[in-house]
Design a protein around this ligand. Structure first.
Ligand code: URA
Length: 437
């Protein structure tokens, strides 16, 4: 019998279970535009409200992965590992982690995205470096990995086109925060990118799509299970996102922060998450015996300068100005700066992390629509972490941008995003759980 969109939407709307063939028909229709946007959106809402079982989620993932090109990394030596974050604020891990793991001898082809909603994107950060090219052809990328051991590039138009279509519609139809839809979106891209093993950084907290640990665990287990079904080893690290991961929020600012970490000048949560993810990446491809050896190797790559050297190679190979490593003033500089000081004494008990992400977009650092230009210099530097004691008048947030009027507009909003209290909050760990496939 010929399949038709309305029947499938009604089936899902009424709580039915779609077959792999029906899901394949939906994804094909979304990718080649034979299903109009309103029918794709109606199906997404039905999926969002009714959910998808394990079989449907796997079928959706595979159909999306097969909707475009799939990379063949078998020509590269050894087992390949990839990583992906579910999205957060000041999440600079890729810029630190990819050179770090490459310096340990494990080649990495990393396909990254741009900022999405209140979350930042690695590609925007890299594009803030003068000359850096993110649009590489597949052969060029593979040559670079063979030569340098690492590449970070933007998703090509031909990789998982169905995900691009679905994601753009989910973004504007209130259907983003669905575990099966997020799992299929992420895992389809990772499967198409061709690595043998995948390490996922599942963010959890008020700056992430998954607000609490049970939800984050459910998403993590769903992606690990998909990996098992398609023969890829998946590890999910669940990490805290109840405050920005790094101290710096912004495109040029996060490049500068990554360089500080790679130089060994900055410890803290960002480095801790990178070391945990890096250790899981090395373990996933059997490059090390155990976690102890992995951490030793990663620390050695930082201390010897070899991770920084890999970052420098990445910049030069992709046309970027590697002099920014020693001369950060070569990055675009903000025309205007301001400082926000603590209005009273107290412990820093709460940061509205998604709120800070939205404020960063308002400052010009992110996009409200797909085609908006962005101000690479816009951003915040936070001078305290949750639990720190702050005295009245102490500078808490530096604000910078190329547009002074925008700085004046966002400053009043900071009052509502940062809470100081007399009671010291209990310290919470940064790594909340690790689920290995
Ligand atoms: N990141 C993705 O790539 N897809 C989602 O659906 C959510 C986060």
């Amino acid at each position: 019998m010929r399949l038709n969109p309305v029947d499938l939407i009604v089936k899902k709307r009424d709580g039915g279970c779609l077959t792999a063939e029906e899901i394949g028909f939906f994804i094909l229709g979304a990718a080649d535009d034979s299903w109009p946007d309103y029918q794709v959106a109606a199906m997404l809402m039905a999926m969002f409200l009714r959910g998808l079982d394990t079989g449907e989620t796997a079928a959706l993932t595979l159909a999306m992965a097969a909707s475009g090109d799939q990379l063949d990394l078998s020509g590269l030596p050894g087992r390949k590992v990839d990583k992906h974050s579910t999205g957060g604020v000041a999440d600079t891990t890729t810029l630190v982690l990819v050179p770090l793991v490459a310096a340990c001898g494990v080649p990495t082809v990393k396909i990254s995205g741009r900022g999405l909603g209140f979350t930042g994107g690695t590609i925007d950060k890299l594009e803030s470096i003068p000359g850096f090219r993110v649009a590489l052809g597949i052969n060029e990328a593979l040559d670079q990995v063979r030569r340098d051991g690492l590449v970070i590039m933007a998703q090509t138009d031909r990789l998982t086109p169905a995900d691009r279509k679905l994601y753009a519609l989910r973004d504007v139809t209130g259907t983003v925060e669905s575990i099966p839809l997020i799992a299929a979106s992420i895992m389809s891209k990772k499967i198409a990118a061709g690595a043998d093993a995948i390490v996922l950084d599942v963010k959890c907290g008020n700056g992430a799509f998954m607000r609490d640990l049970p939800l984050a665990r459910q998403l993590a287990r769903t992606m690990v299970d998909i990996g098992r079904q398609v023969g890829r080893k998946v590890t999910a690290v669940i990490s805290d996102m109840n405050q920005p991961l790094g101290q710096f929020i912004g495109n040029t600012l996060e490049v500068m922060e990554a360089i500080k970490v790679l130089r060994g000048e900055l410890e803290g949560d960002l480095l801790d998450v990178c070391l945990t993810l890096g250790s899981e990446m090395l373990l996933a491809v059997d490059a090390v015996r155990d976690e102890g050896q992995a951490l030793q190797m990663l620390r050695q790559a930082l201390e010897s300068g070899s991770a920084l050297e890999k970052f420098s190679r990445l910049l030069s190979s992709q046309g970027g100005d590697a002099r920014i490593i020693d001369q950060p003033w070569r990055l675009p500089q903000p025309a205007s700066r301001a400082q926000w000081c603590a209005p009273c004494d107290g412990y820093l008990t709460e940061l509205d992390t998604a709120g800070l992400g939205h404020l960063f977009v308002a400052l010009g650092g992110g996009r409200k629509t797909k085609l908006d230009p962005i101000d690479y210099t816009a951003g915040f530097i936070l001078h305290a972490r949750l639990g720190d004691y702050i005295s009245k008048g102490m500078p808490l947030v530096d604000i910078q941008a190329s547009d002074a009027a925008k700085i004046s507009q966002v400053i009043p909003a900071l009052h509502n995003l940062i809470k100081l209290d007399d009671k010291q909050p209990t310290a919470k760990p940064t790594i909340l759980d690790i689920i290995r496939g």
